[in-house]
Write a protein that binds this ligand. Structure first.
Ligand code: CP
Ligand code: NVA
Length: 308
């Protein structure tokens, strides 16, 4: 394992599979790991709001026998009060790992480069790797072999979509991404996914048609139309993304037993209807639960945790 977990790209195909195995093992036998990170402290830097990420990292550290310290945006004012480099240089003197949720991805990269302790990306504008680990654990639990899954992503080609593509490349998962024109995933991430998935059976189709992407899918994923930091674009995006709503009519094009996934928080009535998110095929709360298990596996791998 590398020192940091900033991107799904930090995991080889093999390490990705092993990390999912570890997450499943920790989920099945949590008691075996209750002292695994005893005396370890994780600093959690948040420059954006959170429910799931804060709860699952903090609860995860506590359940592994360690501790977590929450640093709210107003606490350290990273970027204006002091930069990522000095934050990292200080934190490494006191704690054993850092989790960061921020805007520009380079901030997380700079923080990681500044210190000797592991840094975990808990969402940047580019990616959300911990989310993708939880999502692929969920897919595997419900559908079995990831190489037999066709995953359709409908909506903004954003941070969540990027990490899903890189995870699909490692899982050998077939993926179709439907976005409005101009909101496609970044070209470099498309290139990385194709390179990384060359030998895994990964396939990637990019389209502007949600119907085409969802056709025959085993799982349909969406995310908010306006991400954190894009609030001023909310109205314009609502118009542009309206044809990309995941509703019962769109889901009818997927396989009959197709799962519905969403990283949450969901804006019900916008990117997804109540009918879909509350349907028996929706696994959104399984994904939320799996954030805990998947991140425990990441914390154990990076912070040196051993089972009892
Ligand atoms: N999915 C996710 O990261 O949720 P939060 O923004 O609530 O942490
Ligand atoms: N794309 C969303 C994900 C939130 C978990 C955002 O960046 O706000």
């Amino acid at each position: 394992m590398q020192k940091d977990f900033l991107s799904i790209r930090d995991l080889s195909v093999y390490e990705f599979g092993r990390m999912l195995d570890k997450a499943a093992e920790v989920k099945k036998h949590p008691g075996k790991y209750r002292k695994a990170l005893k005396d370890k402290i994780l600093a959690m830097i948040f420059q954006k709001p959170s429910l799931r990420t804060r709860m699952t990292f903090e609860a995860g550290m506590l359940r592994l026998g360690g501790e977590a310290i929450y640093l709210a945006p107003s606490d350290i004012k990273m970027g204006s009060r002091e930069g990522a480099y000095d934050v990292g240089k200080n934190l490494e003197r006191w704690v054993d790992g850092i989790m960061i949720r921020t805007f520009g991805h380079q901030i997380a990269v700079d923080l990681a480069a500044s210190c000797r302790i592991p840094v975990i990306n808990a969402l940047t504008d580019l990616s959300h790797p911990c989310q993708a680990m939880a999502d692929f654990l969920t897919l595997r639990e419900h559908k079995g072999a990831l190489s037999a899954v066709k995953l359709a992503y409908v909506g903004d080609g954003n941070n969540v979509c990027h990490s899903l593509m890189l995870a699909a490349a490692r899982g050998g998962t077939k993926m179709a991404v439907a976005t409005p024109a101009g909101y496609e995933p970044r070209p470099e991430v498309v290139r990385w996914a194709r390179e990384d998935g060359r030998d895994t059976g990964f396939e990637l189709a990019l389209t502007n048609s949600p119907e085409e992407a969802v056709s025959g899918a085993d799982a349909v994923y969406t995310d908010v139309w306006a991400s954190m930091g894009q609030e001023e674009e909310k109205e314009a995006r609502a118009r542009i993304f309206a044809p990309f709503q995941v509703n019962a009519k769109l889901m009818a094009r997927a396989k009959k037993d197709a799962l519905f996934l969403h990283c949450l928080p969901a804006h019900r009535g916008e990117e997804v209807t109540d009918e879909v998110i509350d349907s028996p095929n929706s696994v959104v709360y399984d994904e939320a639960e799996n954030r805990l298990h998947a991140q425990k596996a990441v914390l154990l791998a990076l912070m040196g945790g051993k089972e009892d």
